[in-house]
Design a protein around this ligand. Structure first.
Ligand SMILES: C[S@@+](CC[C@H](N)C(=O)[O-])C[C@H]1O[C@@H](n2cnc3c(N)ncnc32)[C@H](O)[C@@H]1O
Length: 223
């Protein structure tokens, strides 16, 4: 837990990052690496069907909350330092970013214990998911795959995406950038390998850009 920096995006940000339509929000959705994001809590409140899988769900609400509070200032200091790497439009300032993220994480924390007992927050770690094949319509990865390309190999990405495609008929990954703000070196290589496995891949522009240049998702589905 001491290496984890929990930082969760909001329901609205998920919709924009993955360009999710109202009819897609009615489908069975899996969020991989959702961490303390507010998407599961809010989509469930609106009657949607979502399960989130993340290794931090091995911890209790109190532990996650205390980690959020301990790391909050460090993240904010980092954001102030790297302000120029972000586009301050939808979120106009670092202070507003802090409010948006804390409110998303509060929504997560208020829902977490109930969600866990309902099986909506599952402790799991890619490249392995504890779900039967074809259980979901869409599997999402927000700010996990590609973002940490300096730490996670192309082989890890391939295995993780194959596993997501085993449990869902469509996969969406956002962003395609690494933490350094440049296109992940794995993207084109992974697209070629995934296509060889018989899936179609497409890079789609989305109505979300916070990390400068981060306005595209990878969409993978069976042909
Ligand atoms: C930067 S956070 C993104 C949280 C959320 N998806 C969002 O966009 O707000 C990355 C998340 O990936 C999770 N993670 C780390 N290793 C993972 C793995 N092997 N499989 C699935 N999730 C993992 C972390 O616990 C963390 O919650």
């Amino acid at each position: 837990m001491e290496n984890i920096v929990p930082w969760g995006r909001s329901y609205e940000e998920y919709i924009a990052m993955f360009d999710l339509t109202d009819s897609e929000l009615k489908l069975d959705i899996l969020g991989c690496g959702d961490g303390p994001a507010g998407f599961n809590a809010e989509l469930t409140r609106r009657g949607g069907h979502i399960i989130s899988a993340d290794p931090i769900y091995a911890f209790g609400a109190a532990q996650i909350k205390s980690r959020i509070l301990t790391t909050y200032e460090t993240v904010m200091t980092q954001m102030r330092k790297n302000q120029a790497d972000y586009i301050w439009e939808a979120i106009p300032s670092v202070e507003e970013l802090g409010r948006v993220r804390m409110s998303a994480m509060d929504a997560f924390l208020s829902d977490y214990e109930t969600g866990k007992s309902e099986g909506r927050y599952i402790a799991a770690e890619l490249p392995s998911l504890p779900f039967e094949s074809g259980k979901f319509d869409i599997a999402l990865s927000s700010h996990f795959l590609f973002l940490y390309s300096n730490h996670l190999s192309a082989e890890f990405h391939l295995q993780a995406l194959k596993e997501m495609l085993r449990v869902a008929r469509q996969v969406r990954v956002f962003p395609l950038l690494t933490l350094a703000g440049t296109r992940s070196p794995h993207v084109s290589f992974i697209m070629q390998l995934i296509e060889k496995l018989g899936f179609s891949t497409e890079i789609k522009r989305v109505p979300y850009e916070f990390q400068r240049g981060g306005n595209e998702m990878l969409l993978i589905q069976s042909v």
